[in-house]
Design a protein around this ligand. Structure first.
Ligand code: SIN
Length: 311
């Protein structure tokens, strides 16, 4: 076992890093580039039953502090990613996660039935938190709908899976969301966080919004979200002791990965920084994380995970 080894659902990962779903994972060519990179694993673009072009462009904009996007789930349809998952070389040692974001409960059950029937080793991450489809509120902000979704998926899919959550901002909401997640033992991991939804970036020169969909409203990532992401990782790590946590949000250095691990993450996803820097970022992040771990005398990620001190 090497210094950076990680596990999720009993599966071995050479290191804890992977892309955030949505970044560099819409097409097979991009997925292949992630597979060839220094990432420990990769996740497919959140898919729907039918292929989608997504929202009108421009729909992603980078700022000095991160990014705003309103992509609107552009994806090639679940069958495309299922074909990729069937052909994928698992023996090469890089686990594959399969992100699912149906526009309804029925759509999710349809896709999950096909994924189950294919019986690949891919691990499902069910996205309950896309903020960018007009007219489709984020499921995880509607606790009754989330409960119904997890109940139905647990019964029908009946295999361990993970959920991609939006950020919460109130202790009562951490408590309520965690209590629902804890009702479902098959929810084996919790990915925190999706972008902070429905923010607004304004260009003062043009006196305009910077993305076209939804009058400029979109999800923000990057530096803007790191402390919120860490809080959500730690909140769910504390409240869901039988589940694993995947950290996502604001990671652009090895030190940020280390923070997510301290907060309780088993794996760590990279979004905005991957978009800006490309898959070569994983080599740099692994090197920076290794330097920190060695300087502090850690022998494994197990020694770090969740060891955040309070005052
Ligand atoms: C998008 O495609 O709009 C992003 C997906 C997400 O945030 O879940």
């Amino acid at each position: 076992m090497s210094l950076l080894s990680a596990t999720l659902l009993g599966t071995h990962f050479a290191n804890p890093l992977l892309n955030a779903s949505g970044v560099h994972c819409r097409f097979n060519t991009e997925l292949d580039e992630l597979a060839a990179s220094a990432a420990g694993s990769l996740v497919t673009k959140s898919c729907t039953v039918l292929a989608r072009d997504g929202n009108p462009e421009p729909r992603y904009f980078a700022t000095p502090l991160g990014s705003i996007n309103s992509m609107g789930l552009p994806n090639a349809g679940y069958q495309y990613y299922l074909d990729y998952a069937k052909a994928y070389d698992y023996a090469a040692g890089k686990p594959l996660l399969f992100s699912v974001a149906g526009l309804s409960l029925e759509d999710n059950l349809t896709m999950l039935a096909a994924i189950k029937a294919a019986a690949t080793p891919a691990i499902v991450e069910l996205n309950l938190s896309c903020p960018n489809v007009p007219g489709k509120p984020q499921i995880a902000y509607d606790f009754a709908a989330m409960d119904r979704m997890l109940d139905a998926v647990s019964r029908d899919y009946a295999l361990p899976f993970g959920v991609k959550m939006p950020p919460y901002f109130d202790i009562a909401h951490f408590d309520e969301a965690a209590a629902i997640l804890n009702k479902y033992p098959l929810v084996a991991f919790v990915t925190c966080i999706n972008s902070i939804g429905n923010a607004l970036v304004i260009d003062t020169e043009t006196e305009s919004v910077v993305i076209k969909p939804k009058d400029g409203f979109g999800g923000i990532g990057g530096d803007y979200v790191l402390p919120t992401a860490l809080a959500n990782v730690n909140a769910f790590y504390r409240r869901c002791p039988a589940k694993q946590i995947i950290g996502c949000g604001g990671v652009k250095t090895g030190e940020h990965v280390f923070m997510h691990l301290l907060a309780g993450a088993s794996l760590v996803q990279v979004g905005t920084a991957l978009y800006e820097e490309g898959p070569g970022i994983f080599t740099r992040l692994n090197a920076e994380l290794t330097t920190i771990l060695q300087r502090k005398g850690y022998q494994s990620l197990d020694e770090v995970r969740g060891k955040l001190r309070t005052l």
